[in-house]
Write a protein that binds this ligand. Sequence first.
Ligand code: NDP
Length: 278
Amino acid sequence: MTDRYAVFGNPIGHSKSPRIHALFAAQTRQDMSYEAILADKDGFAAAVDAFRAIKHGTARGANVTVPFKEEAFRLAARRTPRAEAAGAVNTLSFEAGEILGDNTDGAGLLRDLKHNLGCDPAGRRILLLGAGGAARGVVLPLLLEGPADLLIANRTEETAARLALEFSRLPGCAVGIKPDGIGFGGLAGRSFDLVINATSAGLSGAVLPLPTSVFAPRGIAYEMVYGRETPFMTQARGAGARVADGLGMLVEQAAEAFFVWRGVRPETAPVLAALKGN
Ligand code: NDP
């Protein structure tokens, strides 16, 4: 009986996850299938139920993407500590009739930064742009790396301030600094070794009102959006920063989910190379 997996989202046609997991499964010789499922905006739980009810094969788990990560959090009967901290779930495991929720986005970003890009966040001044689900998922993993500073800046200042306050109360923050949350206007004259864009501005080509000074010379600018040159990437490159897009994070968060489900960690480098090839 083949083990079955899926990714749920809306829209979902663009998803690279079926290809990534097919490559992981072939590489590690796992007998599994993985499909993309378009769920109605108000039909996420029903779509998951329907997927689990199919009789051929055994439904073992699922990934969850926009806009269902918060709903997946509520659907899970139990959640990992990193999913609790993120307040969002991108990985579901179906075990003995129960749904377990996890979040692999933070681990994916950290692995891409450290292993693929050679950027260790320890001791760095970090600027995190955005305060939505993606930003929320990476705050704790970044703090646990021991940065010199973590500043969260968002278009809506109060959301950034709320997010920073929430994480400054967590016990994990005892290991390092407390994050601050501000609006973009507060960035003038400040400089960072690592700037992570976790806003969705790049999807619409919107320009973030960032002073060029935020990009320290020889710093890293990380854009979570992938598959296109965003205004953020262009600005960072112009300021002399090393620029990376979110394709590596996408592959690494998928590898972490694969490990959660199968207990095997796939090699990500050949998969990343295959995706970059076309
Ligand atoms: P959310 O909708 O939860 O949050 C969107 C964030 O972007 C908010 O902080 C919002 O600010 C900000 N924003 C949106 N438009 C603009 C704009 N024009 N100018 C300034 N700020 C803007 O989205 P997510 O957090 O879930 O996702 C964010 C991005 O990260 C997406 O593009 C997604 O594709 C990407 N992502 C990539 C992953 C990967 O593996 N590479 C994994 C997860 C996400 P405000 O609060 O003011 O509305």
